[in-house]
Design a protein around this ligand. Structure first.
Ligand SMILES: Cc1ncc(COP(=O)(O)O)c(C=O)c1O
Length: 503
């Protein structure tokens, strides 16, 4: 069995079943030794509890091992390469975490008097200045909590501007190569969404776009670089055509990590764009957050930005929280309080520690790494669109045709080799998509190991080793979760009472 499970890179994963902390309970055991609190009865009155409170009894090493083992059951960027296209799973420098945990930043409360949090406001204002400088835009709404939330914010801002001009429009054009959240956000904002096809180069079909561009279009939402990992190099013509009919250009800037320090979206005719701080500016994400999706805005859209926002006033800063205190803000707030403050701290720490030259180097390296994968894999895997690519490389499943192995099987087999799979079946413009985003933080050695693994798997698929793929993953605590049987890892030995994989 052990030999059978040996994999190409030798990775085996931590596959033991972990009992619940309550199942490890030994009554009376404890990790802390607290003194009897004096005179509590007087203070607690009728709230005093006399029976046991039902917490499990464990020693400190048991607690540490329990949580450490749980943490190792999930794949993480700290454990290995995580080339999940469109998600920018790169290393999060620990300096960001250290700064975000400074008591003066982590311990403040959003309802504190403004005079006591001037430093926090300054931090928000400086972060905003970095973002507007890097994007070449007039201002930024900091409060949106994630990319998709930023999209909704941007569209609501555009809608407010159009309504103020007495020209509410109904349609939003979304290219096929845009991120999936774009049509969802436009629909949520009440627009009818129309799809613009991609051309044979994987970019917006300019002729089809112009054909659909009438004076009832509120905006085009264009992802640039797009989800095929390609730069929309006709963006200036697209923006000019949109502006000519009075429409706005919304850019999904979640992939800004590919161009930061090289291109300023404001120079390309973009009116409004969200940034995923949790991707480009390296704050931890995945598994639900936290993130932040500030929206940079043109001069014309600034009066329609949401509340609240920080302004410089005299020697200090003021948070504008009510429409009557400042200009505009026709639709109020998008979120409670001021936004994801902890993420602002991490993003600013990242930007300041990298510096302008470091950010430019990071985007160059992200693009270089993706093109390295493209160059070393495209003789074996199939490229739907010719390169070079930007920060991610897209393959389709033609190379698997006739093998009986699907994109899903291929991805599952990668897990046993110690790599998180790439993004699968997205974008939808190609069949069986495999979208790989190595990011700039992977070394050449890791990329070479990844390439070797992918090449070896592709050859095994061609050689007819279908079973190897259909059985994968075999080294994880759980096998395929979408399978009908509760097939647990065959090396799950610790809890023989639990159902084992039928092999
Ligand atoms: C291109 C693009 N747009 C939008 C989003 C949505 O961002 P979020 O998940 O923060 O809502 C993502 C997510 O990674 C993305 O890659």
């Amino acid at each position: 069995m052990a030999d059978d499970l040996q994999t190409i890179t030798g990775h085996r994963g931590l596959v033991m079943e972990e009992p619940l902390i309550f199942e490890q309970d030994a009554p009376g055991r404890t990790a802390v030794d607290l003194p009897e609190p004096p005179d509590v009865a007087d203070r607690l009155g009728s709230a005093v509890r006399e029976g046991p409170i039902g917490l499990p009894g464990l020693s400190e090493p048991q607690v540490i091992r329990h949580y450490l083992r749980l943490s190792q059951k999930n794949f993480s960027i700290d454990a290995g390469m995580y080339p999940l296209g469109s998600c920018t799973m790169k290393h999060n420098p620990r300096i960001n975490e250290k700064l975000a945990r400074l008591p003066g930043l982590a311990g403040i409360h959003p309802l504190q008097p403004q005079s006591t949090v001037q430093g926090a406001f300054e931090l928000m204002a400086v972060t905003a200045e970095w973002l507007t400088t890097l994007t070449g835009m007039a201002g930024v709404a900091m409060s949106p909590a994630a990319g998709a939330h930023g999209e909704l914010t941007g569209l609501m801002t555009i809608r407010a501007a159009l309504e103020a001009a007495g020209n509410a429009r109904k349609r939003v054009l979304v290219p096929e190569s845009a991120h999936g959240t774009n049509p969802a956000s436009a629909h949520m904002c009440g627009y009818s969404v129309e799809s613009i096809p991609a051309d044979e180069r994987g970019r917006v079909d300019l002729a089809a776009f112009k054909e659909n561009l009438t004076d009832d279009v509120a905006a085009i939402m264009i992802t640039n670089p797009n989800t095929c990992g390609l730069f929309e190099n006709e963006i200036i013509q697209i923006a000019e055509a949109a502006h000519a009919v009075g429409a706005y250009v919304y850019c999904d800037g979640a992939n800004f990590n590919a161009i930061v320090g090289r291109v300023r979206p404001g120079d390309l005719g973009i009116d409004c764009m969200h940034l995923n701080l949790h991707k480009t500016f390296s704050t931890p994400h995945g598994g639900g957050g936290p993130g932040a999706g500030p929206v940079v805005l043109s001069e014309a859209l600034m009066p329609f930005a949401p509340l609240p926002y920080v302004i410089r006033e005299g020697e200090g800063f003021r948070l504008v929280e009510h429409a009557e205190d400042g200009d505009g803000a026709p639709y109020g707030r998008m979120k409670g309080f001021h936004g994801q403050f902890g993420v602002f701290v991490r993003a600013l720490a990242y930007m300041m520690s990298m510096g302008a030259d470091g950010l430019r180097q990071a985007s160059s390296d992200a693009v270089l790494n993706a093109n390295y994968l493209l160059a070393r894999l495209s003789d074996l895997l199939t490229l739907p669109f010719p390169g070079p690519c930007m920060h991610e490389v897209l393959f389709d499943d033609h190379f698997l045709h006739g093998t009986g192995v699907t994109t899903l099987d291929f991805a599952k087999a990668m897990i046993d080799e110690g790599f998180h799979p790439m993004t699968m079946y997205f974008p939808l413009v190609v069949h069986g998509a495999l979208l790989m985003e190595p990011t700039e933080t992977e070394s050449k050695e890791t990329l070479d190991q990844f390439i070797m693994t992918i090449r070896s798997l592709a050859e095994r698929a061609r050689d007819g080793e279908v079973d190897h793929f259909k059985q994968a993953p075999r080294l994880t605590p759980w096998r395929r979760l979408d399978e009908t049987t509760a097939a647990r890892s065959p090396v799950l030995r610790w809890r023989p009472d639990l159902p084992q994989a039928a092999e």
